[in-house]
Design a protein around this ligand. Sequence first.
Ligand SMILES: [Zn+2]
Length: 225
Amino acid sequence: MISQIYRNVTCNQCNEVMEYDVFDSVNVTLNPILKDKVINDELFVLTCPKCGKMFYLSYPFTYNDMDVHYMIRYTNNENVDKQKEEFNTFVNTINSELKSNFKELSYKYRIVNEYERLKEKVRIFDRDLDDRIIELYKYEFIVNGYDKELNNLDDIIFVNVDGSAECVFILFEKDVIDNVRAISFDEMEYTRLEKEYEGVINRFNDFEIDLLWAQKVYNSVNINS
Ligand SMILES: [Zn+2]
């Protein structure tokens, strides 16, 4: 269901009163145009029709893809703990009441606190990849390659190359000029990781799948070996 709320805001440049939609649920199966809006960052941009001034909005919502079977709660980093709790309750309700539908479809549920993470998850799931393996891929690359304690890492994100199907990891380092590096995504490495962590990752159920999650899983396998 698309729950939609209309709100008003007054342009602080020309006093035009604008109405905008707030989506609690962004269902991209029922409303595919919303997916483009998420990918193009348009969901939170409001342009004054009179003077053209752009306003950036931010609010939490749930992204739901009924075809690919995943739901992502975007918290916009406000009241994160409360939102996590609510999402947990929501998922438990779904799983107990709609067992036949959702559980058998092995719906994936995730929580992200950053908009870039939401878009990254969409890229990953839409390519039929497992975000847990992607996070382990990033983690192994970083700790084995060059930064054991993640001290120099600012961010690492899975992206499409110029909107094509080809994907790379973009790595941002702290305190480094020209701090952006592209790392190719090797499907053989992905397959290797899938095999290596098969049987382990299901023991680490979580809505938040990120590098810290990958660190826990990696340590459980590697720390005593
Ligand atoms: Zn205006």
